[in-house]
Each structure stands twice: as structure tokens, then as C-alpha cells.
Ligand binder design. Structure first.
Ligand code: F6R
Length: 606
């Protein structure tokens, strides 16, 4: 979950490495570092904290070099500290690493016996010393491949050498790595986003491959030391959408652009003229699908949980949902008649990718719903359905959640239509309703902008919070709780409202904020009864319901009203007040909104 950058140039590279590291901070931000070759020697600078700290250090003690590597860290082995920050260097090599070396302890014992002295608690330093050792007896590519074969686990590496002082080397197994081509310089990056300001010509490394960059050439090798050719892709340039503009942080920008997310997504998939949904090339004919399995992590899993309700309502297909980290280790009964759908914003989440890989090894059909179209998950799936949300930079997922739910909903309608499980009239009505959705989202955004800050104050002294919903509002309650905990560090739980009396009701005490999601749907009366049970025990209720749906209860502390829409579209609107609430509570607590503690945007370790 760390970020890697490398540049081989004929100009000074430090400033470009720093700018790229800032873009990679969404992958990790507990420490940062850089290494360059100066006068034939490796020169390393690193520190705890953000890239800004590193920049301040470099301002006082500038580093030179036309060849360099950089790193932002999300700690796995060894706490965040200067000594554990990357690069990890010997006299001969300097290494930046994303991933986990699972056999690092035993490798360390062997290397210590050979006389290597470890400075850090990281798993990465074994790579530095293994390379140093193999380089004594083998030439460059052979020494790298011998090192890689000694390692268990996952890695993307950037490496500098004292002896080969005009190259930057990259290698990957399990963690993503991209090569970029520029004018008289070439780049290495954890993803194309970090390289986009420098180039849109990209090659992705596959597992087991090595790349050797000079300022005017890139060579690729496989694990047998053989030179190989790789395709160069030209990416779209969408730099503009990755800027904060007038917003205070990326998260508020991303929350507020959800009407655009919905508009773009609907435009991509819905043909308003023909009143049809443009979805083709299903890896299994929808009429033959016997089961759909939806898999994701965190927020992406919550979008799968919402989709279960839509698919069950609209089709006769049995639906299973699974958290990727569980799916990948269970004894799954795979079937060629099942469709396995993977949901991921980044398309790089290690557990989701491993679950997809498991499906591929079992020869079953896969579909991915992703935001980053060049990602590993997208590249490995039989069918790719992008959500078209544009770059999401804030670590807490907001617009991508909405986009994921929207594509899943559109997919459910289309599969239902192909299987003739929905009438033509109903199909066209759903398409019409989709067209209206962006305006309803805009209205909800404007309303929440004004009405949520005052509610946030109530959470400041609370020990925690509970989010309750039934039906489609249950996965949204889970997502509301996740947003609050990750942004404001306040304990929060989401429950199906009907579950309260089976245990969680014991948590209710005087003043505990309880957010009740009660749209005017088939569950409304039941949810309101659950709300009364909370009120009777002193819970401070924040009720979210539809406008003009007056509920007379003196004891509801705040009511928020979302526009009325059909039951299946309600989750898209219901999510918005919860995002605002989490945002404002975190702001009042002075939390780092875009980079919550201990987290990273792209979870590329297991
Ligand atoms: C929460 C959040 C995470 C991600 C999860 C999966 O706000 O962002 O829970 O949803 O790490 O990430 P992706 O969607 O990139 O696979």
C-alpha cells in the first residue's frame, strides 16, 4: 500500500519525484523518502510524516541527481519512523518497495550470518542485502531474478545501483507497477496517476517481469532473464479532474460532484432515445446465469450489499455477497454457470484481486466494476464496467460508492430485461427514473450542505453512534457508520433496525446519537417503531426520511429530508446526508479529512 516512483533522466529529477510522491500519498503517508545517485554514490534522504516534511528537509539540504527513486509508506513491518522509511540502501543498492515479504524473518537470519547489519525493522531491507549479495557473483538481470526468486510474498520494487549508475530498475509480483515514457526521460510508478503529469504513454508490468530504464531507453525482461517486448498504451489526459479547485479538500469536492458522477454514468450506459441500456458482451448469456456472486472490500462491499437487494428484486437469480478477504480463503464451490462480479474503485485492492485470480484459476466468468480502467483488476476481468467517476483522491470513498451502486443497479435492470423478468413498461420507467436521478442528487447535495453542519455538533461529546436501516437502507447504514468511524475516529456501528432488540439495544443510553434511515418505503412503519424503542431508552435520534413525510415525534432531535423517489433509487440519495455528517464531525474534530490516520486509498497488501 505504499507508493513508488523512479525517474531516469538527463535533467535534475528531485522536484519531479517530490511532485509525483505527493500524488501517491493516497497510497500511504506515514513516512517518505528519496534516493539519487550523486557523484557515483547513493544519496538517501528520508523522514517520518508527509512528503511536505521531506520537501522541507530537501529545501535545507538540497539533493541533486538525474536518476532517482522515491517512496511514500504505509507501515506493515516496523512502526512509522525515519529509520523504517524507504529507500533502504547498502553501499551498492537502494530499494523502494510496495508489498510484503512473507519470509523476511528467515532471510534476515541468513543474511545476518553472512555479516549484513540491519538498521530497520522492515521486511524490505532483506531485498537490499540480497541484491547486494547476488551482485557480487552475477550480472544485473540475473542477480535481480535470483533475488526475486528468493522472496515469498508480493512486491513492486524501484532500485538504484552504485555500479550501474545510469539506470533505474523496476520489478513486480503481486503489486502494481507502471512504466512511463517521456522526452529524454523514463519513469517508474505505482500507478499511471502518479505519472500522468509527465506522460500518457504507459506500459504495465506483469507479475515476474523486470524493467530497466535509462533516460532514453526501456528494456523488459522475464523471470528467465530473456528480453521481452511490451505494449505501450496511450492514456486519456484528465489532470483537471484531479485538482481540488475551490474546495477545502478532495472529499468535499468528491461529495459535491456526485450529481456529475451520476450524470456521466447514466449517459455512458443509458440510451435515452432508444430507451435502452447499453450493456453487451456478457461473458455468460444472462438467461443462463444460475447465480451471481458479488465481491468487494469496505465501501465496495457495501455497494455489493445494496446490489443484492436490487438483483433479488429484479431477477430470479440467487445472489451471494462476500468480503474478498474471506472469499479468497474459503472452500468455494465454483460453477461455470455463475457470474462472479468484483467491485473496486482502485482496481488494485490485493484481496479483491486475489479473489478474482482464484476465480480465473477455476475457469469461471468474471466481471469487474471499477473506477480505474487501467487497473490490474480491470485488466484481468472478462467484462469490465467502468463507473466513470473520475479520479477519487480522498481516502474515504464517496463518489465511487455512488458510481459502483449505480452501475450495479443498471446491470441488474439490464439482466432482468434480457431474462424477460421485467415488463417493457417497467424497464422504460426505470430508465426514465435514472435520467432524473442526477437532479435529485443535486437537490440532496444542496439541502445537506445547509442542514448537516448543525447536527454534527451533537456527535462531538458522544462515545459512539449507531446507524439503523431496513431493506436497502441497511447497507447504507453500514456505509454511514464506516464513513463516520474512518473520518472522525468515533466508534460507529450499522445494524438492520430489526436486529436491535437481539443485543445492540443494550448500547443505547442517554444522549447516544442514533441515525435512523426511514424512507417512505415498505419498511417505514417498522423502522419508525424501532426508532421509538431507541427514543424510549434515551437515544438522541437523527431521522432521515423523505420530504413532506411528516413524522410527529417530539423526541426526534433532528430530521433530514431527502427528495421522494422510487424505492430502488432511495439509497443514492440516502447516502449523501451520511457522507456530509461524517465530513462535518471530522472537520469539527480537526481530523485530516483526505488522509485519515492509519489508512491508505489503495490497499495493495493483504
Ligand atoms: C472506505 C474505503 C475503503 C475501500 C476499500 C476497497 O471509505 O474507501 O473501505 O472501499 O479499501 O477499495 P477499492 O474500492 O479500491 O477496492
Amino acid at each position: 500500500m505504499c507508493g513508488i516512483i523512479g525517474i531516469a533522466s538527463n535533467k535534475q529529477v528531485v522536484q519531479n519525484i517530490i511532485s509525483s510522491l505527493k500524488k501517491l500519498e493516497y497510497r500511504g503517508y506515514d513516512s517518505a523518502g528519496i534516493a539519487t545517485i550523486v557523484n557515483g554514490e547513493i544519496n538517501e534522504k528520508k523522514c517520518m510524516g508527509r512528503v511536505d516534511n521531506l520537501e522541507r528537509i530537501l529545501f535545507k539540504n538540497p539533493a541533486a541527481g538525474s536518476l532517482g527513486i522515491g517512496h511514500v509508506r504505509w507501515a506493515t513491518h516496523g512502526s512509522p519512523s525515519q529509520v523504517n522509511a524507504h529507500p533502504h540502501s547498502s553501499e551498492e543498492v537502494s530499494v523502494v518497495h510496495n508489498g510484503i515479504i512473507e519470509n523476511s524473518n528467515e532471510l534476515k537470519i541468513n543474511l545476518e550470518q553472512k555479516g549484513y547489519k540491519f538498521k530497520s525493522q522492515t521486511d524490505t531491507e532483506v531485498i537490499t542485502f540480497l541484491l547486494t549479495d547476488f551482485l557480487k557473483d552475477f550480472d544485473l538481470v540475473d542477480a535481480i531474478n535470483k533475488t526475486l526468486k528468493t522472496l515469498n510474498g508480493s512486491f513492486a520494487l524501484g532500485i538504484l545501483f552504485k555500479k550501474y549508475n545510469n539506470i533505474v530498475v523496476g520489478a513486480r509480483r503481486g503489486s502494481p507497477l507502471a512504466v512511463g515514457y517521456g522526452p529524454e526521460e523514463n519513469y517508474l510508478g505505482s500507478d499511471s496517476y502518479a505519472l500522468k503529469s509527465m506522460t500518457n504513454k504507459i506500459t504495465y508490468l506483469d507479475d515476474g517481469e523486470i524493467c530497466v530504464l535509462t533516460n532514453n531507453n526501456v528494456d523488459f525482461y522475464n523471470s528467465k532473464n530473456k528480453k521481452i517486448n511490451k505494449k505501450v498504451l496511450t492514456l486519456s489526459i484528465d489532470e483537471q479532474t484531479s485538482k481540488k479547485g475551490d474546495y477545502k479538500d478532495f472529499m468535499s469536492k468528491e461529495i459535491n460532484e456526485q450529481d456529475i458522477t451520476a450524470k456521466t454514468c447514466v449517459k455512458e450506459y443509458v440510451d435515452q432515445l432508444r430507451k435502452d441500456i447499453n450493456l453487451y458482451n456478457f461473458p455468460i448469456a444472462p438467461k443462463d446465469i444460475e447465480k451471481i456472486v458479488l465481491i468487494g472490500c469496505g465501501t465496495a462491499y457495501h455497494s455489493c450489499a445494496a446490489a443484492k437487494y436490487w438483483f433479488e428484486e429484479l431477477t430470479n437469480i440467487p445472489i451471494e455477497i462476500d468480503v474478498a478477504s474471506e472469499f479468497r480463503y474459503r472452500k468455494i464451490k465454483f460453477s461455470k454457470k455463475n457470474l462472479y462480479i468484483f467491485v473496486s474503485q482502485s482496481g488494485e485492492t490485493a484481496d479483491t484481486f486475489a479473489a478474482l485470480d482464484l476465480c480465473k484459476k477455476n475457469n469461471v466468468k468474471t466481471c469487474s466494476i471499477i473506477n480505474v480502467v487501467e487497473s490490474s483488476i480491470a485488466r484481468s476481468s472478462d467484462l469490465v464496467l467502468p463507473i466513470h467517476a473520475g479520479p477519487e483522491i480522498g481516502v474515504a470513498s464517496t463518489k465511487a460508492f455512488l458510481g459502483q451502486m449505480l452501475v450495479l443497479y443498471i446491470l441488474a435492470i439490464k439482466i432482468s430485461e434480457i431474462r424477460k423478468e421485467i415488463s417493457k413498461l417497467d424497464y422504460e420507467k426505470k430508465i426514465n427514473d435514472l435520467k432524473k436521478l442526477p437532479d435529485l442528487i443535486k437537490k440532496t447535495l444542496d439541502y445537506c450542505q445547509n442542514n448537516t453542519p448543525v447536527i454534527a455538533k451533537d456527535f462531538l461529546k458522544a462515545k459512539g453512534a449507531i446507524f439503523l436501516g431496513r431493506g436497502l437502507s441497511f447497507p447504507i447504514a453500514l456505509e454511514g457508520a464506516l464513513k463516520l468511524k474512518e473520518l472522525s475516529y468515533l466508534h460507529a456501528e450499522g445494524y438492520p433496525a430489526g436486529e436491535m432488540k437481539h443485543g445492540p439495544l443494550a448500547l443505547i443510553e442517554e444522549g447516544l446519537p442514533v441515525v435512523i434511515l426511514a424512507p417512505k418505503d415498505r419498511y417505514f412503519e417498522k423502522t419508525i417503531s424501532n426508532m421509538q424503542e431507541v427514543i424510549a431508552r434515551g437515544g438522541k435520534v437523527i431521522l432521515i426520511t423523505n420530504e413532506n413525510n411528516k413524522i410527529i415525534s417530539e423526541n426526534v432531535r433532528f430530521t433530514l429530508e431527502i427528495p421522494m423517489t422510487n424505492e430502488q433509487l432511495t439509497p443514492f440519495l440516502m447516502t449523501i446526508p451520511l457522507q456530509f455528517l461524517a465530513y462535518h464531525v471530522a472537520s469539527l474534530k480537526n481530523c485530516d479529512i483526505d488522509k485519515p490516520r492509519n489508512l491508505a486509498k489503495s490497499v495493495t497488501v493483504e
